[in-house]
Write a protein that binds this ligand. Structure first.
Ligand code: NAP
Length: 323
């Protein structure tokens, strides 16, 4: 089969199109014929060497996919040849999804409804699972809460705006552009994250202090988040490749009052992923959720697709068409 691998860590140029044996599913695995994969920032962090994939190099990158079951391992129940499935969180503990086939743990797979295209399924998987887990499970978002989504135009951000709005929160999103796109997803207001008066503008838009922040760029924004947070509010940090600086002295002066900084990983929370994806699928099918696909590339152009994702000004998701 064709697979996009890297033999050394480095920038997108290390990605190569290789012919490799089609994997055999283990007892607890399902062989999936991949129709679409999507591209996430984590794919580039693993490629860079910031995170070491289990199994070492060479490595097939990619965490998200949608496709059709081709074969099932001897111990697998609940999946049959021909089933449509989607998944996220692959490509760190096993081979990834930039390939024609993947042998995926059965416990990582969710059913992809017939109404949802493979491209939509692959695009939605990590974005919606991360946003859902971040807001609802880690952020404990409640009806009537005020919520900030930092980076509302991005893959996770545009999913988060929809989830938070449908959960009954007042959503203030930040973005560097395309306000109309984010408002149409359900944001009550959109604030430029680079504005000098970003704290005042978030408070004004939220009608006061904020209960939950979903933070996609903590290194840049955590001071703002702490400033706008209500007492006992939650900041859910999604992680990026930069350290964050916090002044703990502010916790003694009343500026930061019982602020709760929480972290999460969708890659390392397989138990939580599938129940979320099983609820995301039907919502994509009936139109309650929409996944924005900004660009599609053929599998062979994975390097270009990764450059696209890491460029500024993109909106929604980038998808690799595999078959
Ligand atoms: N913990 C987890 O399990 C998990 C899972 C998925 C993603 N993540 C992390 O979450 C982040 C977002 O992922 P993604 O897939 O949504 O990426 P993405 O599609 O590339 O979106 C990034 C978004 O962030 C915006 N942005 C850039 N600088 C910003 C700033 N200083 N403040 C606020 N927003 C800013 C961008 O807007 P402009 O382009 O307009 O600047 C863009 O909308 C990444 O750091 C990723 O690693 C974590």
């Amino acid at each position: 089969m064709k697979a996009i691998r890297y033999h050394d860590h480095g920038d997108a140029d290390v990605l190569t199109v290789d012919d490799v044996p089609t994997p055999e599913p283990g007892a607890d695995e399902v062989l999936v014929r991949i129709h679409a994969a999507s591209v996430n920032p984590i794919d580039t962090y693993v490629r860079d060497g910031g995170v070491e994939p289990a199994g070492g190099l060479p490595h097939v990158g990619g965490a998200d996919m949608a496709g059709v079951v081709e074969a099932v391992g001897s111990g697998v129940e609940g999946f049959a040849v021909g089933d449509r499935v989607f998944a996220t969180g692959l490509g760190l503990f096993e081979a990834g999804t930039y390939a024609e086939y993947v042998a995926a743990p059965a416990e990582s797979l969710a059913t992809l409804p017939d109404e949802v295209s493979f491209a939509e399924g692959a695009a939605a998987a990590m974005a919606f699972a991360t946003a859902w887990r971040g807001l609802i499970d880690r952020g404990e978002l409640d009806i009537g809460d005020a919520c900030v989504v930092q980076g509302g135009t991005g893959g996770v951000g545009h999913a988060a705006v929809q989830i938070a709005a449908q959960a009954g929160a007042t959503v203030v999103a930040t973005a560097s552009g395309d306000e109309a796109f984010v408002r149409d997803l359900g944001a009550a207001d959109v604030v430029d994250y680079g504005a000098d008066d970003v704290v005042d503008r978030i408070r004004e838009a939220a009608g006061g202090d904020v209960d939950v922040v979903l933070e996609t760029h903590a290194a840049a924004n955590v001071a703002t988040d702490l400033d706008v947070l209500t007492r006992g509010g939650r900041i859910v940090v999604l992680g990026e490749e930069a350290p964050i600086r916090i002044d703990p002295g502010a916790s003694m002066t009343g500026k930061i009052t019982d602020a709760d900084l929480r972290f999460m990983s969708i890659m390392a929370s397989r138990d939580d992923q599938v129940p979320i994806l099983e609820r995301v699928g039907p919502r994509l099918a009936d139109g309650r959720f929409e996944v924005e696909i900004e660009a599609t590339y053929p599998l062979e152009e994975a390097a270009e697709a990764q450059r696209h994702v890491m460029s500024s000004g993109s909106r929604g998701k980038v998808v690799l068409e595999v078959a």
